[in-house]
Design a binder for this molecule. Structure first.
Ligand code: FMN
Length: 330
């Protein structure tokens, strides 16, 4: 049997398949099932700053006037924050005593403020690592790319100041210079980058002329952005692990990401769409692929097709352009 084990952010994983942060990892029962199915690690559902803030605003708005007290707002706000945090810390503690696979916590920050306290508590509760899910949609026309990058780096630096566990940064692909950005994340102490988050995307309903959301699940075709950037970043930035995320729906997709240079692959939509049985398919395929090519360990083929290993790395840059517009095929 080939050896599927791998290290990710310094943690030992029995294989490079990680379940990404989502409702799949928000209860102890599901986490136990995922370990039984054989995944290498799990990332817990994020603790959302915005959700806590919304809950605080909702409760304060609905608080009856008769019950109101000058200190009530502060009390409600502290209570809700504390309650959400304690529930999250309990999940970490339960997960750590119930499973052997690494448990990676996740926080979703829109600002750096007060997340240091959350991060520090998460470390004390026993999480093996922390993923920062930073999501900012830049709508301010006066904000420069450098200002936005600084916000990401600031959150990372602040969190890193208070925890010793490895920290990963989960990002989207909308950076002017993604390679440069990952390089800065590495310099500022990120042990891994998760490429990419898949945000809820808006759509327009032509029947109601209102806003709606598009499918929350990815499709297998959505792997392309992530595959391209995994290949480029793994070839260009040293000393940072890459968790490929978005569009890994089967074993072939995981193997492609590993060949491009990913350290691990994270899966989410495929488990919602196909059930936990899909884990057998993915790990089974990885094992048979390694046997077929006589790879004894994942490191024997990881990054074999990364940007710097290719004789023609332009394939990562303008493959479509060359194929369709160079005149060879039309
Ligand atoms: C229902 C659902 C809930 C999610 N919740 C979170 C979350 O709490 N934190 C987070 O960082 N990502 C969250 N995600 C994003 C996933 O972790 C993942 O990055 C994204 O779905 C792309 O991977 P996939 O193509 O394998 O689905 C969620 C995705 C889905 C579908």
């Amino acid at each position: 049997m080939p050896d599927l084990s791998t290290t990710y952010m310094g943690l030992m994983l029995k294989n490079p398949l990680v379940v990404s942060s989502s409702g799949l990892t928000n209860s102890i029962d599901k986490i136990i099932q995922l370990e039984e199915k054989g995944v290498g690690a799990i990332v817990l559902k994020s603790l959302f700053e915005e959700q806590i803030n919304n809950e605080v605003s909702f409760v304060i708005r609905n608080e009856s006037r008769e019950n109101s007290h000058p200190d009530a707002e502060e009390y409600i706000s502290d209570y809700i924050r504390e309650n959400n945090l304690q529930t999250y810390l309990d999940l970490i503690r339960m997960a750590k005593s119930a499973v052997k696979i690494p448990v990676i916590a996740s926080i979703n920050c829109v600002s750096g403020f007060e997340w240091m306290a959350f991060a520090s508590n998460i470390e004390k509760a026993g999480a093996d690592a922390l993923e920062i899910n930073a999501f900012m949609v830049p709508t301010d026309r006066k904000l420069s790319s450098a200002d936005i990058e600084f916000k990401y780096l600031d959150i990372l630096t602040e969190v890193r100041r208070v925890v010793k566990i490895p920290v990963a940064m989960k990002i989207g692909y909308n950076f002017t210079n993604l390679v440069g950005m990952v390089d800065k994340l590495q310099t500022n102490g990120a042990k891994a980058v998760v490429m990419f988050n898949r945000f809820y995307e808006p759509d327009i309903d032509l029947e109601t002329l209102g806003m709606t959301t598009s499918s929350i699940y990815s499709s297998p075709a959505d792997i392309r952005q992530s595959l391209r950037w995994t290949g480029i970043v793994s070839g260009k930035v040293r000393n940072i692990d890459i968790a490929a995320s978005t569009g890994i729906h089967d074993g072939e997709a995981l193997v492609k990401q590993l060949l491009a240079g990913a350290t691990v692959g994270q899966i989410c939509s495929t488990l919602y769409l196909n059930g936990f049985g899909q884990i057998d398919e993915i790990l089974g395929y990885l094992g048979s692929f390694m046997k077929k090519w006589n790879f004894k360990q994942v490191s024997d083929f990881r990054g074999k097709l990364s940007y710097t290993k290719l004789p023609n790395p332009a394939m990562y840059e303008r493959a479509q352009f060359m194929k369709y517009y160079s005149g060879q095929n039309n």
